[in-house]
Design a protein around this ligand. Structure first.
Ligand code: FE2
Length: 376
């Protein structure tokens, strides 16, 4: 920044100007320019990994000493150190790992952030949403889009652990002040509407799969508007179908950065499953050497199968293994390496790319081994 020498009178006037500006709630751009323009001053998410081997014992301890009734969620939240004091993963995504003992449940509620669950451990967990009881197994993706009434529980014989992920920071940054609603009412038979802590299951078992589980086919005699109408009407995406799809794609040339990858979509529109976030899985076969990439979108990953590392610029490396969860923030050069010589690596990926795309902020680049950078 250029430094201009002022005479003593003008210097005094400058000091008065600064004082007057402050009193009027004004800030001098020339004094703040460095802070405004230099990314180093911004509060941004850092690349970070939460290891399952560290989290699981803490959750197990909490399951014993933190009663479910205390908060109706027994979750450890992922707090990115770059975003303290907020417990956010990125400036758009919030998440945690929740533990439900057999027989435990959380009461029905709804909120503007769209939410997802991705089961890490245990069978018997369920989420009820818009009258559908969605049973949850490892690797399944369960959606509760913006404004849909939902509740959770565990009917199984073992604890269930899942990863919750919401676009809550985005909703908060956009001043969405209507946060949580617990006033859920249902019409009693022949009587008045009564407040309930659970919702009645009104849809047939495995409704989402029965209606939308066969790709390329959409029933034409049923309504596809569910809950508030935001996001996909298909609420359950089964891991066994994801694996089947990925296996069928092996014969095709993989993406140079993301390997063989699929995105879960709204089957009625082809769009992302919620308006703000995309959900998908990347598969990296043994020995695959991806190119580096970067994008203005941020991504949260969960290692559903395999082990490896994420290499970034400046020599930063995140090592991870099964069930670990990690963040690659916006604008970071990175690539994922499968370090297992004989097994596929499967990464569940959640990105705020749909939001950036809609706002005209999305930019993606690939850097090849020779250093050549191209737009994607
Ligand atoms: Fe919720």
């Amino acid at each position: 920044m250029a430094s201009v020498q002022l005479d003593s009178n003008k210097q005094l006037e400058r000091e008065t100007l600064t004082k007057s500006s402050k009193q009027l709630g004004l800030t001098e751009y020339w004094a703040e320019r460095e802070i405004i323009e230099n990314p180093a001053y911004r509060s941004i998410a850092q690349p970070f990994v939460w290891h399952w081997r560290d989290m699981q014992p803490l959750l197990a301890k909490a399951s014993d000493i933190v009663p479910m009734e205390e908060a109706y969620r027994r979750a450890l939240l992922f707090a990115n150190p770059g975003l303290a004091p907020k417990a956010w993963m990125t400036t758009t995504m919030y998440g945690g790992c929740s533990w439900y003992n057999p027989g435990e449940s959380a009461e029905v509620h709804r909120h503007p952030p769209s939410a997802s669950r991705f089961v890490l451990s245990g069978d018997g967990g369920w989420t009820a949403v818009d009258g559908e009881k969605c049973m949850m197994s490892r690797g399944d993706l369960i959606l509760t889009p913006n404004g849909s009434w939902h509740n959770h529980g565990n009917d199984g014989k073992e604890p269930v652990i899942w990863m919750d992920l919401l676009d809550l920071p985005l909703a908060e940054n956009l001043n969405n002040s209507w946060v949580m609603e617990y006033d859920y009412y249902e019409q009693e038979e022949g009587g008045e509407a009564a407040k309930r802590s659970t919702q009645t299951i009104t849809r047939t078992e495995d409704y989402s799969q029965k209606i939308y589980g066969i790709g390329g086919v959409k029933p034409t005699f049923l309504s596809h508007k569910r809950a508030a109408g935001y996001g996909s009407p298909m609420y359950v995406y089964r891991w066994k179908h994801t694996v089947e799809a990925l296996n069928r794609l092996r014969e095709f040339l993989a993406d140079p950065c993301d390997g063989i990858s699929v995105e879960f979509i709204d089957p009625t529109t082809g769009d992302s499953v919620v308006p703000t976030l995309s959900f998908g899985v990347h598969m990296f076969e043994p020995g695959f050497e991806p190119d580096f990439q970067r994008k203005t979108a941020s991504t949260v990953y969960c290692v559903i199968q395999g082990k490896g590392r994420t290499e970034m610029d400046n020599g930063k490396v995140l090592d991870w293994e099964e069930n670990d969860i990690f963040v690659v923030p916006s604008s970071t050069w990175y690539r994922h390496i499968n370090t297992d010589p004989s097994n596929d690596l499967m990464l569940y990926a959640v990105s705020d790319e749909p939001t950036l795309k809609k706002l005209g902020f999305l930019r993606r680049q690939r850097r090849q081994a020779d250093g050549n950078v191209t737009e994607r």
